[in-house]
Design a protein around this ligand. Structure first.
Ligand code: ATP
Length: 370
């Protein structure tokens, strides 16, 4: 598969009045393959939109270069900058970016009118785009008379009408209710199969990204944390941040002494775990709440008790003390313990990470103030 979007050492710095310099995007290197659906995922302020805007050409680079479909479109070193309208991209952004004074047909026809496409071709292509987005019959309707989902479909139709090779979608579903979001997700994937474009999808919603993507980039504070398939990101997160960002996490601070693992606050009872080779004396053990076995007190494991039990629709949740920490465990309903009951816990194939990076927490908080 050819690489259709390539970022090499892309960096973007902003100077803000209150906080001075912010490195919004710090040395991004990535390749998106032809026909791939690739998501940018991360918390607010991590640099997703800035990266997308640089690819689109709305934002210049502080350093690095960007290649689209084999053509250099931005390069700091070569002082090269191709404007957005010459990059051949389809774009759909968060706000319903449809023109209220134009009817559905004219909204979708707009990019073709700019390109001076002749009338016959224009009508044929607009009608085709409307058909693929289930808008046929609404040609003369104005956006204000349509639902949020239909308005977002207009934006999609307008993006596909030029038959772009690359589609940039920046939180395109965020204004829609959850059911409609799911439907639109399928529609976007169906359109992609039909027209075979490459998608970059920006979102801070991890389940949405996992559902739609072939691969994803998780970033935090302007840095790429990990690029991988949804499955690998979930099962083998490279650090604590990614672990916590994708799905629910349970972290336990542990101390390693004489080849044994102890939960902090309890140096009496060891936890049976294989210690990784490069482990420091203090580490964090990470697991998912549904990957901790909760068993009777004589069945082996770390002996403790159930502090709290919460019955939910599809599972039961328990809070169980391990050393001086409270661990969340989720089990199917058939595993039932009452509050105060003695139990044992076993951690199944956890990940190991270094202790907290306090500096990262401070920087994350600082950025949220910008
Ligand atoms: P969100 O999900 O909230 O849109 P994001 O991950 O897309 O967040 P960006 O919008 O790319 O994040 O912003 C990254 C960082 O750059 C933030 O700290 C932001 O405050 C800063 N930033 C973005 N645009 C500007 C600007 N024009 N001037 C100054 N700082 C900016």
């Amino acid at each position: 598969m050819a690489d259709q979007i390539i970022l090499r050492h892309v960096t973007k710095k902003f100077t803000t009045k209150t906080l001075g310099d912010i490195v919004a995007v710090d040395d991004f290197n990535l390749e998106v393959h032809e026909g791939e659906c690739f998501s940018f995922l991360g918390p607010s302020g991590c640099g997703k939109s800035t990266t997308l805007r640089m690819i689109a050409g709305f934002e210049d680079l502080t350093e690095g270069e960007i290649e689209l479909c084999g053509r250099l479109v931005s390069s700091r070193a070569k002082n090269l900058y191709v404007p957005p309208e010459e990059r051949g991209l389809g774009m759909v952004f968060q706000a319903f970016a449809v023109w209220p004074h134009m009817n559905v047909f004219e909204n979708v026809a707009f990019p073709l009118r700019i390109q001076k496409v002749n009338r016959t071709d224009l009508e044929r292509r607009v009608n085709e785009a409307l058909r693929h987005t289930s808008l046929t019959g609404l040609e003369t309707t104005f956006p204000s008379d349509l639902s949020g989902g239909q308005q977002q479909r207009i934006a999609l139709a307008r993006a596909i009408v030029t038959n772009p090779k690359v589609m940039l979608l920046d939180e395109p579903l965020s204004n829609l209710d959850p059911k409609l979001r799911e439907t639109m997700r399928f529609e976007i994937k169906a359109l992609q199969r039909k027209f075979n474009f490459t998608i970059i999808f920006v979102t801070h919603d991890q389940s949405e990204a996992m559902a739609i993507s072939d691969r994803m980039m998780v970033c935090d504070m302007g840095r790429i944390m990990q690029i991988d398939t949804p499955e690998n990101l979930y099962n083998k997160p490279c650090n604590r941040f990614v672990h916590n960002f994708l799905g629910e996490s349970t972290f336990i601070n542990v101390v390693i002494r004489d080849g044994k693992v102890y939960a902090s606050g309890d140096m009496e009872q060891a936890i049976a775990l294989d210690i990784p080779k490069d482990a420091a004396p203090e580490m964090v053990v990470a697991t998912r709440p549904n990957e901790i076995a909760l068993t009777g007190p004589d069945q082996g494991g770390y002996r403790t008790h159930v502090e709290k039990r919460i019955f939910l629709t599809d599972r039961t949740e328990y809070l169980v003390p391990v050393g001086d920490q409270m661990v969340k465990i989720q089990t199917p309903h058939r595993i039932s313990f009452s509050e105060g009951e003695a139990c044992c816990v076993k951690f199944m194939e956890p990940m190991w990470y270094p202790m907290d990076d306090k500096q990262a927490e401070l920087e994350r908080a600082r950025r949220q103030l910008v």
